[in-house]
Design a protein around this ligand. Structure first.
Ligand code: NAP
Length: 299
């Protein structure tokens, strides 16, 4: 299979490129970074494009995986940053759809990014893929990102939306940020700690993505989350236990609201999400429970 991947240099994309190449697939990467840097991150044999204009109608890909996007939690959401968060996802996806439409021979499948933030802050409610999108900024960003990909359904492609949860990775992402304070005994639950965290081990995320690539009947929205989400208080306790450190602190909600502004719901809110669609299509999670996942990643 020959795949085009956007966002391939990121936390999720790098191991994906490695796995695909190790299993005999060809990878072309769309990136803003110099080709040498991309090859260092994604593998010596990847073809690197810095501009989607390189996709002339004669070029054929079997599949497209669309992961690119300005990091959502790295800085406060100023007006300029909100525009970057949207453009880097929605405008890029629209351009991708145009190239797909123009191709003489179209790919069979598009796997396109989204996130569990599409459901908004849900309190105790349980969300499967059947739930409608919420209306806050992050939810609209996800819903509009999904909508930008929808036209490929009319072009004969199979489309899967990747509603990714909090990915626990060996290199980068949430665990990399939390590891230092927790290792120093400064791990703290956020606010009252009752908000839900729908996490997934990176190996399950990659296995599920490969499952969606290979399953010709898979289409529509998929929650890429483990079947056993936990509250923030439980996550804090389990991470501290895995690192053999105490975690008796709590970051007060008012401090987080002051520091994070409009982004505060990312920390103080959450959603309790189940991977109903993946399980209905026969996907088996290797790391369904947080304790085992953390043990595997940190132990
Ligand atoms: N990791 C998670 O826990 C998680 C959870 C939910 C959703 N997601 C979504 O899944 C996707 C992949 O996640 P990830 O953790 O691998 O992300 P990541 O490490 O932040 O990497 C995203 C990639 O997107 C590209 N990118 C960043 N800013 C961009 C911009 N302004 N314009 C165009 N491209 C830009 C970059 O590629 P180049 O520098 O090569 O251009 C970067 O390597 C992201 O869109 C993310 O929002 C991730």
């Amino acid at each position: 299979m020959h795949l085009l991947i956007t966002g391939a240099t990121g936390t999720l994309g790098r191991p994906l490129c490695t796995t695909l190449q190790q299993t005999g697939h060809r990878v072309t990467v769309l990136s803003r970074q110099p080709a040498e840097r991309v090859r260092a991150l994604c593998g010596r044999d990847v073809e690197v494009w810095n501009d989607l204009a390189a996709w002339t109608p004669e070029r054929h890909f079997d599949a497209v995986v669309n992961l690119a996007g300005e990091p959502i939690a790295d800085a406060r959401w100023t007006a300029a940053r909100k525009a970057r968060l949207r453009d880097s996802r929605i405008a890029l996806t629209e351009q991708l759809v145009q190239r797909i439409a123009a191709a003489h021979r179209r790919p069979a499948v598009l796997l396109s990014g989204s996130a569990v933030g599409v459901y908004g802050d849900g309190g105790e409610r349980v969300f499967t893929e059947a739930a409608p999108p919420a209306a806050d900024f992050a939810a609209r960003l996800c819903a509009d990102w999904e909508a930008a990909a929808r036209p490929v359904q009319g072009l004969g492609l199979r489309l899967c939306w990747l509603r990714t949860g909090l990915v626990l990775a060996r290199d980068g992402g949430l665990l990399a940020r939390m590891r230092l304070p927790f290792s120093l005994g400064l791990g703290a639950r956020l606010g009252d700690g009752r908000q839900w965290m729908s996490w997934i081990h990176e190996d399950d995320w990659h296995a599920l993505l490969l499952h969606l690539l290979a399953d010709p009947q898979a289409s529509g929205a998929f929650n890429l989350t483990a079947p056993q989400p936990v509250t923030n208080a439980e996550f804090t306790a389990q991470l501290a236990r895995a690192l053999h450190r105490p975690a008796f602190l709590a970051a007060p909600a008012w401090v987080l609201k002051l520091a994070a502004g409009e982004m505060a719901p990312l920390l103080l809110g959450g959603q309790r999400v189940l991977p109903a669609h993946a399980q209905a299509r026969g996907f088996h999670f290797r790391h369904p429970a947080l304790g085992g996942a953390l043990q595997d990643l940190l132990g």
